[in-house]
Ligand binder design. Structure first.
Ligand code: FRU
Length: 507
């Protein structure tokens, strides 16, 4: 973070001078630029990081995001804004929140205040309320500890225009340097709003009757989870497994992820409206995604009970190299929207994630590939974006997988070895922009009888969902030319393989 703040300060200083034209941002995006994702949300231009304020309201899924409209590197943060009626196709809207005298607009959430508990709407109307962190850059640079506070803004016109609350900040800083990323939800049982906040490497919970007045409720995390970096972007929500309700706490950490840099861990336990208690013992770490590029993900608020899903979106990058990946007109994309579910793991409930069913509308006619012994499968022509579904019975030595390759000898591998599953981007394309980029990343999957993989390949990313999403691996790649061949390798039997093109989401 420190480096980013220094960078932002120099950008602020630069903003006062005439600017050289560094970017093609002003040009209308074609969404055909090299490495432009075809089935993932990316901003029309310039910098994007965390998803923010995701809320469903009157038929629209809102996606706000950390955005710097003046450059393709991180800087003074705004909330960019897009909406979708199907989670897949996005309509770009004007920037929702601009920095002001209280600071940059860092990450946070949004809710529909259905009973107007805040009184921010005239009687009979329902405000949409955004709750975010103000990051005051001058205080930050001066080393003050109180430069991050929580503020709110509201909209009475379906998120099209926003008014900052005049009493901001609603939660001042108690003297803790990293104090940010509020996720707010209504806790029906106790009839209170709850705010979960990342505070250094702990979670703080606050409660409020009206979104304006907040009282400290509890702390979680001293002995739990990974602590190799600062905790950021928490979320807390219930999920049901076999009729039993559990609470899931999501939490991003940077650095300190299992593959280096940024990653998102989770806890499963109970929440009584005041305090979160972990089902798992201290010291156990669980990750929502074992690839290197799924960070700061949180879930949508306001999904109707009739839908009942818990919908998630993450930022498909990693702070180790997010600012230097080789795109210029825009920087970075979101993961596919995913649904989160619990499954009965060896020692308790575990989180599974897989793309939402709405993504299937993009699928063209599936093509069945020849099956049989892996060593005898001919290589097949492919092109991204596409989804590939395979089932492989691994041979006795458990070494098998597949590779996407291009004519330049670049190879993106998905390998099952010694009961772990990996994405190997060591030779997948351009990587010289960061020593932390190339490599093989993965995690134990266990000894499976049949390896079931759903693989979503976009032009600059791969998302692998194994065993119905029990293990997810998300990685970005920058091939110098598109992958055009699929090859299988290792020992085992390919029992089924289907490949379907995905229609691009941009007009
Ligand atoms: C996470 C994060 C948040 C912060 C935002 C700033 O990636 O560092 O903690 O609010 O990005 O852009």
């Amino acid at each position: 973070m420190k480096i980013r703040y220094l960078l932002a300060l120099s950008l602020l200083a630069l903003a006062c001078q005439p600017q050289p034209q560094t970017d093609t941002a002003a040009a209308t995006p074609t969404y055909d630029e090299p490495w432009r994702p075809q089935v993932h949300y990316s901003p029309p231009s310039q910098w994007m990081n965390d998803p923010n304020g995701m809320v469903y309201h009157e038929g629209e899924y809102h996606l706000f995001y950390q955005h710097y409209p003046d450059s393709n590197v991180w800087g003074p943060m705004h909330w960019g804004h897009a909406v979708s009626t199907d989670l897949v196709h996005w309509e770009q809207l004007p920037i929702a929140l601009y920095p002001d005298s209280l600071g940059y607009i860092f990450s946070g959430s949004a809710v529909v205040d259905a009973h107007n508990t805040s009184g921010l709407a005239p009687t009979g109307q329902v405000p949409m309320v955004a709750i975010f962190t103000y990051h005051e850059p001058v205080g930050a640079e001066a080393g003050r500890l109180d430069h991050q506070t929580q503020g709110i803004a509201y909209s009475l016109d379906r998120g099209r225009s926003w008014t900052k609350y005049e009493g901001n900040p609603v939660l001042p800083n108690p003297g803790i340097r990293d104090f940010r990323d509020p996720k707010v939800f209504w806790h029906a049982e106790s009839e209170h709003w709850v705010m979960i906040l990342a505070v250094a490497d702990r979670i703080h919970l606050y409660r409020s009757p009206n979104l304006l007045d907040w009282t400290f409720a509890s702390e979680f995390g001293a002995e739990y989870g990974a602590h190799g970096g600062v905790w950021e972007c928490p979320d807390l929500f219930p999920l049901t497994l076999d009729g039993q309700e559990w609470w899931v706490l999501l939490l991003s950490i940077n650095p300190g992820g299992p593959n280096g840099g940024s990653a998102t861990q989770y806890f499963v336990g109970d929440f009584d409206g005041q305090t979160f208690t972990s089902h798992y013992p201290a010291g156990q770490t669980l990750w929502i995604d074992e690839g290197k590029d799924n960070y700061a993900g949180v879930t949508w608020s306001g999904i109707p009970a009739a839908d009942g899903r818990r919908l998630f979106l993450g930022w498909m990058s990693n702070w180790q190299y997010a600012n230097v990946v080789p795109t210029t007109a825009w920087r970075s994309a979101m993961t596919l929207p995913r649904r989160l579910d619990l499954w009965a793991g060896p020692d308790g409930p575990r989180l599974a994630n897989r793309p939402v069913r709405e993504v299937a509308q993009l699928e063209g006619n599936p093509k069945a590939l020849p099956v049989g012994g892996l060593e005898s499968i001919p290589s097949a022509p492919i092109s991204a974006p596409m989804v590939l579904r395979v089932q492989i019975i691994p041979g006795a030595e458990r070494r098998c997988g597949l590779t996407f390759a291009n004519g330049q000898g670049e190879r993106l591998g998905i390998d099952y070895r010694g009961d772990s599953l990996y994405v190997d981007r060591s030779e997948a394309g351009r990587a010289g922009f960061s020593a932390d980029f190339a490599g093989r990343h993965g995690a134990p999957l266990g000894a499976v009888d049949t390896l079931t993989l759903d693989i979503y390949l976009d032009v600059a990313s791969v998302e692998v969902f194994a065993q119905g999403g029990r293990l997810a691996l998300t990685e970005i790649v920058f091939p110098e030319q598109p992958y055009e061949q699929l090859q299988f390798h290792g020992a085992g039997t390919l029992v089924s393989a289907k490949c379907a093109p995905l229609e691009r989401i941009w007009p």
